[in-house]
Design a protein. Structure first.
Length: 430
């Protein structure tokens, strides 16, 4: 989908508006995200059918990640034929997995590198609004648009999503802004890059108690340190996460409290405590998922079947309904394994690996931004169903798509030359 097609001016405006609206809205409440996704789909249909000639070149020019995503989604659809889940849960699972389709759709809708940069600027503005709101809440200012305060103390300084989602988002945002600063900030704006990155990481490590977000933030800093060091010293960068986390455990009480609680819950679970603590449930969910994959390794048990598999394992262990599931095993790879068998895990790894391979073709800044977003996605998927969950899944898919477009799309002049060349009349050969 290289955008080598002609389009009416109104289609170009519609295409850019739909992309920009989604880039901004992934920082906002779910209602804005859903409306922007609907606009993007409608705009995509209009662009596909309204271009002259129709942009059928995508069939041979699509990047490899699109193929992996299509295969994964088709496998999820096909698994509905043998799923053990009720129909409602099956369609819910298919809908959640469909978030991955935002990557090829957004890539198709962005024609040039410049458009990708403008969309990323909209993404930055949305994240800056969320960060400013969080720090305003910390300062004691009541905000009428805060919707995350639901009785959970951890959401005290979260704005629209949970503290878990927002901490991951802020960590990714800091990496994207820092590595892409040359393209996303101009003039006086560049003086705000460092304060914005520090505000994002400060929010992660001092305001929001999301452990996964803190791990992602640590990974983003460690990756930056590795790239900062000379090649001969990069092996030493492996020590950076340990040193950084040790410093945080000393100087950040929220980080210390959360990791101390995690250690205690993991120890209790190892000693046979089956209380539904956060870590205890995760470990039991992982065990249940592995049991299900071992019993159904080839085709899995179908879309939406996780709940039934978890309950079956719990019943076999003599504790039915003791720790009720909340819809997924809190680990993306295991979820794909339960629903599609070992092949599902291969498909998910294929999607992520193809994004990494594409990043190797990019220029310096875009490559680092894409690889940072990819590493954050992998870490989030190791401890949560990040691509499956609402909002954070949209956020990660949109971020990855914008990074891919910024790194792989042609600039405006090259795109115009491609348009002229592809639609020039053929010259008869003598």
């Amino acid at each position: 989908m290289d955008g080598d097609f002609l389009e009416a001016k109104w289609l170009a405006v519609l295409r850019r508006i739909s992309v920009g609206a989604l880039a901004v809205s992934v920082s906002l409440p779910m209602g804005f995200v859903s409306a922007s996704k609907a606009l993007l789909v409608l705009a995509g249909i209009a662009v596909f059918w309204g271009c002259t000639p129709r942009p059928l070149g995508w069939r041979v020019k699509r990047p490899p990640v699109n193929t992996w995503i299509y295969l994964g989604f088709l496998a999820i659809l096909a698994s509905g034929l043998w799923t053990q889940a009720p129909e409602a849960l099956m369609w819910k699972s298919i809908n959640h997995h469909g978030t991955l389709l935002l990557i090829p759709l957004l890539y198709f809708m962005i024609k040039t590198k410049n458009e990708a940069h403008w969309a990323l600027r909209g993404y930055v503005l949305g994240q800056l609004f969320v960060l400013a709101s969080s720090w305003a809440l910390f300062a004691g200012i009541s905000l009428p648009w805060q919707t995350a305060l639901d009785g959970n103390k951890g959401n005290q300084f979260a704005v629209f999503s949970s503290y878990l989602d927002q901490s991951i988002m802020a960590s990714v945002f800091a990496a994207i802004l820092w590595h892409g600063r040359a393209n996303l900030a101009t003039g006086w704006q560049r003086f705000g890059v460092i304060p914005a990155c520090l505000a994002a990481l400060g929010c992660v490590f001092f305001l929001l108690p999301g452990r996964t977000g803190q791990l992602v933030g640590s990974a983003m800093v460690s990756l930056w340190v590795m790239w900062l060091l000379p090649s001969r010293l990069r092996l030493a960068a492996l020590c950076t996460p340990v040193i950084f986390m040790a410093a945080l455990l000393v100087f950040s009480k929220p980080v210390y409290d959360r990791f101390d609680a995690s250690w205690a819950e993991a120890r209790d679970y190892a000693q046979g405590d089956t209380r539904p603590t956060s870590i205890g449930f995760r470990l039991e969910a992982y065990r249940s998922a592995l049991v299900s994959i071992r019993e159904h390794p080839l085709a899995g048990t179908g879309a939406g079947s996780w709940g039934q598999q978890y309950d079956a394992v719990q019943s076999a262990a003599g504790r039915p309904n003791e720790n009720p599931t909340d819809g997924n095993p809190h680990q993306e790879f295991l979820l794909w394994g339960v629903e599609l068998g070992l092949g599902g895990i291969v498909l998910l790894i294929g999607i992520l690996a193809s994004i990494f391979r594409l990043s190797l073709r990019m220029d310096f800044a875009e490559r680092r931004a894409t690889q940072s977003a990819l590493l954050a996605t992998i870490i989030a998927c190791l401890f949560n169903c990040a691509l499956y969950d609402a909002l954070i899944g949209d956020y990660l898919c949109v971020t990855l798509a914008l990074c891919l477009a910024a790194g792989l799309k042609p600039d405006a002049r090259e795109s115009a030359e491609n348009d002229r060349a592809s639609h020039a009349p053929a010259v008869a050969q003598p």
